[in-house]
Design a protein around this ligand. Structure first.
Ligand code: KG4
Ligand code: ZN
Length: 340
């Protein structure tokens, strides 16, 4: 089954065609990121206007990657999928309405998808040898806006086991990167690059590991963010050590609690997804530490960590449930447990 998916939840405009939820046939992503770098954060109005500007060209380019004949593409598509939330309302509306228009014109069913579930399904996309995913598995969604742990019992059957009580890990990365004078917008990757240059962490143990010793699967990053701010402002340690210490503090909490969750629920696998899953330190360390407990970690290829439509098509295939138009509604505040 070929699914054409559209994703416009924030500042990326994406379209993809995926076969049987695992084989990527075409994918195009446009971004308005540079515009938000100037203001140090996404301006929702600007993001929405760019979505309107990009959505048709992005869909067109995706179709062209399949065939130069639109009729041929149409005949090869079985269903459409679209992200309905969470995200920015103005941005979401553009994708939702574009998908409905295409569905009407082509007479194809349409599957609404929760963006957070999409991030998890990036692990189902096959780029190399066939992947075996064994249920139950623990899934960690770690992105700019969310840090959630869920137990995936089977497709469409999952339980929330924990998550952040305040800020998301990605947001904490971004704020700390800004305080370190790296970039004003989405500085997680820059912070990580700086940390990688640190040969000796002179700030070892200077940041807290919030909620690490609590017997639950929740996180809290706002205190860590404040502690990082104080540490930076004290000028007592070189910036590379502060970056290293910050990355270790986030890693200690996120990795330890995710592995504990996998063990408690008898999971043989952990699936990680979301923008922060592109973090090399996190990828390497969680993989090694889980392996010591006989748990395998799956992380998406780097280009499937940040927003795109490939994983939206994959989530739609494995949770195939088309809906009538009136039930396909953009909802900026969908949680991970909400159906799209
Ligand atoms: O999933 P995503 O593209 O957008 C949301 O749905 O939120 O995630 C964006 C987040 C940002 O906070 C960005 O700084 C972070 O992912 N990020 C990273 C890295 N690459 C992206 N954080 C740490 N290390 C990275 N390499
Ligand atoms: Zn995302």
């Amino acid at each position: 089954m070929n699914i054409l998916a559209i994703e416009t939840s924030c500042d990326e405009t994406a379209c993809a065609v995926v076969s049987d939820g695992v084989h990527e046939l075409a994918s195009v992503v446009a971004s308005s990121k540079e515009l938000h770098e100037a203001t140090g954060g996404v301006v929702p109005e600007i993001a929405a206007r760019k979505q309107i500007e990009f959505v048709i060209p992005v869909i067109e380019q995706t179709l062209k990657k399949i065939s130069s004949s639109v009729k041929e593409v149409k005949n090869s598509i079985d269903a459409l999928a679209v992200t309905t939330g969470p995200g920015l309302i103005g941005s979401l509306l553009v994708g939702v309405e574009a998908a409905k228009a295409l569905s009407l014109a082509w007479g194809k069913p349409i599957v609404p998808v929760n963006h957070l579930m999409g991030h998890i399904y990036a692990n189902f996309v096959e780029r190399g040898p066939k992947k075996e995913i064994t249920f139950p598995c623990a899934a960690l969604v770690i992105s700019g806006g969310h840090t959630d742990l869920i137990l995936l019992r089977s497709h469409g059957n999952f339980d929330y086991i924990g998550g952040t009580l305040d800020d998301a890990a990605g947001e904490t990365y971004d704020k700390t990167a800004r305080l370190l004078g790296l970039t004003k917008y989405l500085g997680g990757a820059e912070l990580s690059k700086l940390a990688a240059t640190c040969e000796k962490n002179l700030a070892q143990g200077k940041l807290p590991r919030p909620m690490l010793d609590q017997d639950n699967f929740d996180f809290s990053f706002s205190g860590l963010k404040t502690a990082a701010k104080r540490l930076i402002e004290s000028n007592r340690f070189p910036v590379d050590s502060v970056a290293r210490e910050f990355e270790e503090a986030v890693g200690d909490v996120v990795i330890t609690k995710t592995i504990r969750a996998a063990q408690k629920f008898n999971c043989k696998q952990i699936l990680v997804g979301g923008g922060v899953s592109a973090n090399q330190y996190l990828r390497t360390r969680i993989t090694a530490e889980a392996l010591e407990k006989n748990v395998e970690v799956l992380v998406p290829p780097l280009d499937l960590c940040t927003d795109n439509a490939v994983y939206i098509a994959s989530a739609a295939f494995f949770n195939y449930n088309p809906k009538p138009f009136k039930q396909i509604v953009a909802n900026p505040s969908l949680g991970i447990m909400d159906l799209a």
